[in-house]
Design a protein around this ligand. Structure first.
Ligand code: SAH
Length: 349
């Protein structure tokens, strides 16, 4: 069996695609040996594409106010235990200034869906200010679903990239993870708009989300193959105590690493972060993610005072530390496994 499965990994490596039944076979039958086989190949691909350099992005979580009610997410609207906060424009800019001093050349602005307080016009102004203070930096936005004209306005203001995980490519699963008010079709439409507008676009899914099957993951891989995002954000599902999914099992660490390797083999030059969720499920998760083919790490640039409030899932790491500590910690972690943090924008080729 393992021999056949290895043949599938070989096929993915050379042809960069698999059929749906082949994906399902991999997800249903992989073991540690196969995972190591895929990781070794994926790592060789990322070394070929990027050398031993890891791109860093500083993430500023500027508001945890959210109008949405995703069943998995700790900052969902109906979580009345969440202690809500919003950063001012000046606070956001200071985070970027501080990050610049530590060598960050990409700033990721992420929030809940707080579009009334932070409409596209305000975000465009913030992007302009960051760009004029730091013309050599990239700005990535991760603000959830908006309309075409909103994305256009922010793109025209200079935003370079946008992260919007598709969450799942299976509509029926999407509906189990989100309230009725949210639309699978609109999220997918947003992703296409972003790409059309010339954003380097990031899609992605949680691994081991409640109700997720191998069939669903196969659909995710087929979607990613077809959509060809410049970035893929994927990490394990982790429960949050104040959500309807509080008693659901967390996603598999091993499966997450395996998916990272498969993404690298499928889209060799994709920007692939070893996510904070991966570092939360295992203390050396991000290092193992890099060894499985990831090439990006996104340390936290938010003010220490608000970090604990942007709690998407229980146990999120790096909520105590200051920015310089996070930067040094990530640098040391990478060094230990033979990689170096690179101080550039780290654009998609
Ligand atoms: N409002 C933005 C940002 C969402 S938070 C948006 O809609 O895109 C960023 C990502 O965190 C989400 O896309 C989701 O995939 C992930 N996430 C949320 N809750 C999580 C949980 N409980 N476990 C793991 N990942 C989670």
């Amino acid at each position: 069996m393992t021999k056949n499965l290895k043949t599938l990994i070989d096929k993915l490596e050379t042809e960069h695609t698999l059929t749906k039944p082949e994906w399902v076979t991999l997800f249903d039958n992989f073991d540690d040996e196969l995972r190591a086989y895929a990781a070794e190949k994926a790592r060789a691909v990322s070394l070929r594409e990027f050398g031993n350099k890891i791109y860093i992005r500083g993430i500023v979580e500027f508001s945890n106010v959210c109008k949405n009610d995703c069943l998995y997410c700790g900052i969902r609207a109906s979580n009345s235990n969440a202690n809500r906060y919003r950063l001012t424009d000046d606070e956001i800019l200071s985070c970027c200034d501080e990050g610049y001093g530590y060598g960050f050349r990409t700033f990721v602005l992420q929030s809940g869906e707080d579009h009334k307080e932070y409409p596209a016009s305000r975000m465009a102004e913030i992007v302009r200010k960051i760009k004029s203070a730091h013309p050599d930096c990239a700005v990535t936005l991760s603000l959830g679903e908006m309309e075409y004209d909103d994305y256009r306005l922010m793109r025209e203001a200079g935003a370079d990239r946008y992260l919007l995980r598709h969450e799942t490519a299976t509509k029926a699963l999407y509906q189990k993870l989100h309230p009725e008010a949210m639309s699978f079709e609109h999220r997918m439409e947003c992703l296409h708009w972003l790409k059309d507008l010339g954003y380097q676009t990031g899609a992605g899914m949680m691994i081991g989300a409640p109700y997720q099957t191998s069939d669903n993951l196969a659909d995710d891989m087929l979607f990613l193959r077809e959509f060809e995002p410049q970035m893929i954000g994927t990490g394990p599902f982790l429960p949050h105590k104040d959500t309807p999914f509080k008693d659901k099992a967390k996603g598999s660490y091993e499966l997450t690493l395996f998916v990272l390797s498969l993404c690298r083999l499928m889209l060799p030059d994709v920007l692939l972060p070893a996510t904070t969720a991966l570092g939360t499920i295992r203390p050396d998760g991000r290092e193992q993610g890099v060894l499985a083919g990831a090439n990006v790490i996104m340390p936290n640039l938010s003010p220490t005072a608000v970090r604990k409030k942007y709690m998407l899932y229980d146990g999120k790491i790096c909520t105590e530390d200051s920015t310089d500590k996070c930067k040094n910690c990530v640098q040391a972690r990478m060094k230990r496994i033979g990689y170096e943090v690179e101080i550039t924008r780290g654009d998609h080729k």
